[in-house]
Ligand binder design. Structure first.
Ligand SMILES: [Fe+2]
Length: 303
């Protein structure tokens, strides 16, 4: 259902934009101290405009030649938070076949997300305002989304920071900070995805007063999505598009605060089932901070 991810959320109709910055004006100190340290999202116009990817990846033959042999999971719908729902129609195909499917005239919707095409990484070129990112706990440094008319349903990342970069096409993103008040109101609707098929699902949710935000990205722009922010992603238009998510480790005070909130039961640690290696990496950092027990408690309460 194209557009449902944002159109079915009443708060999105009047949501103001997150702050918009220009890459030429953004120092690393301002980005890290004013935004990352406080988990404040922002758009950085032109953040990835220097990447060769913007000129190269629109050529299907180029990307297929570089990494067409990889096997990926292709889905003929949007990327759903609910795993059973996301698995509907999922199949393993080669990267080349998936690109052909997404660009075929008869294809209405589809997408795949993968860490695999490392051959494409040299066509990215980092960010002048983030020169020393520490490796993320739970994500690869670069995650690639190839899509047609497909976005991602509302979810949040309990760990790690993200710069969502548009390489081809434009997107709109809705955002809402995960806190105790908002979580109580919208948790059920978002986790069950009831809003996706039912435009009236939010009629029963006391969510109009929440601080919904929006962001629109054009090619070469990036959105900083902090950990512990709900976000729903919708493409603008029905054409083929490519997004790259660049991820890195949160500052220790941010990580510590998140662990404490999850241990208290205020927020759940979602999306970590089966991620044992990732969990051990987090534990190795949490223990020296004296938060090993809290992390274990958060894990035991996870969804
Ligand atoms: Fe995300």
């Amino acid at each position: 259902m194209p557009g449902a991810i944002l159109k079915h959320i009443p708060g999105m109709r009047t949501a103001p934009s997150v702050p918009v910055l220009n890459v030429e004006d953004l120092s690393e100190k301002v980005f890290v101290d004013d935004y990352v340290a406080h988990s404040k999202p922002c758009i950085i116009r032109g953040a990835a405009k220097h990447w060769p990817a913007l000129q190269k990846w629109g050529n299907a033959d180029y990307v297929k030649k570089r990494c067409g042999h990889h096997k990926i999971f292709l889905i003929p719908h949007e990327y759903h938070l609910s795993l059973p729902r996301n698995d509907v129609g999922k199949k393993i195909v080669t990267f080349s076949d998936a690109i052909d499917f997404l660009q075929a005239p008869g294809t209405k919707m589809g997408m795949f997300a993968t860490n695999n095409p490392t051959e494409l990484a040299p066509d990215t070129a980092g960010f002048p305002f983030l020169t020393k990112p520490e490796p993320a706990f739970t994500y690869a440094a670069l995650r690639y989304f190839f899509y047609r008319a497909a976005g991602t349903t509302w979810h949040y990342h309990p760990f790690d920071e993200t710069l969502m970069c548009q390489v081809i096409g434009a997107k709109q993103i809705g955002l809402l900070k995960v806190d105790a008040a908002s979580h109580k109101a919208i948790r059920h609707a978002f986790l069950t995805e009831s809003y996706y098929d039912d435009p009236s699902a939010f009629d029963r949710v006391d969510a109009a007063h929440l601080n919904w935000l929006t962001a629109t990205l054009e090619e070469g722009d990036a959105l900083y999505i902090p950990q512990m922010w709900w976000h729903g992603v919708s493409p603008i238009g029905g054409d083929f598009g490519i997004t790259v998510a660049a991820c890195w480790r949160s500052p220790l005070p941010v990580l510590a605060d998140s662990i404490r909130r999850m241990a208290s039961g205020e927020i759940e640690m979602i999306g970590m089932h089966g991620a044992n290696d990732e969990f051990q990496r987090i534990l190795s950092v949490a223990k020296p901070m004296g938060l090993g027990n809290e992390l274990m408690t958060a894990w035991s309460r996870g969804l």
